[in-house]
Design a binder for this molecule. Sequence first.
Ligand code: SF4
Length: 364
Amino acid sequence: MPQLLDAFHDPQVCRPLVAAIRDRLAGRRLRFMEVCGTHTVALFRSGIRSLLADVVDHLSGPGCPVCVTHEREVALFLDLAAQPGVIVATFGDLMRVPGPGGRSLKAAQAEGARVHIVYSPAEALEIAAANPSAHVAFLGVGFETTAPAVAATVQMAKARGVGNFSVLCLHKLVPPALAALAAEKDLHLDALLLPGHVSAIIGTTPYQFVAQEYGIPAVIAGFEPLDLLEAVLAMAEMTAAGKAQVENRYRRVVAEEGNPRALAVMDEVFEIVDAPWRGIGVIPASGLALRPEYAAWDARQVFHLTEQETPPIPGCRCGEVLKGKLTPPGCPLFGRACTPARPVGPCMVSTEGSCAAYFKYRVA
Ligand code: SF4
């Protein structure tokens, strides 16, 4: 990896790539969307956004799992935190995600709820095993990248007979969200930058419809600056040639078939369901739920949780940001009422959220 970073700083490598991108575009602009929060930040941090600002229009999509977690799913977090004897175990970036009325897990914790930040679902399971008088409910949020570890932990809980552990399963799937975006005529996308981490799990096949049905070129890329420049060049070349296909430019990590073991454990534990995405609405077959044979570890079943309609956060335009229809500075609250220190919407909470990235790198 260091050699990739070194190469980016080597003018002999970087300049020809930038020149090639400009050459292929031949005066026209490339309008692409990235659908991974890590790419959002990497494009800012590397300086590639500003380096190519005169030839590339860059949109951020629904690639931050915290950002796309719906208000009514956050309401479920809060319902869970209100249950007597429950310890909610969660990744730290969910603590400040606002739900109905702007309430978050952090507020619930301040009011006395037992909320523990963990670094893995396995850590949550160990807390349950060590606290038999409590029930530990883990918040399963994230895309295909996170879901296999959660599935494996549920299997472990079953195998070890840990009955005071459950998962609130809110995992989401990237390809159905891409289908929803690709169908949006007014986005006028030239190309898609596909997420490297998710692709390491699902492989390249689930994306083929983007090129075949919608005629949109797509590139799977890594996260180093050189990866990103090469991906932009690949998008520019396909656009110039009028060619739409899915190119895998992250072959050192992504295999065509993905990770069969991870896919198998997901399939064993989860079934595919419709899921709500913040600002987008319900996308068919875009979420995961625990299969009935794992009902004893399903927090929805254990605590009889049901999703309720919730009003959107007043003034927050995360929905348009997540669909690429608005850049964060276009939100009247950006940098004024809404900052990383006092976020109004989820896109300002997560470090991988578009609003937080725009704020940090101060893009006007
Ligand atoms: Fe939502 Fe804040 Fe972003 Fe506006 S700036 S869209 S309120 S997160």
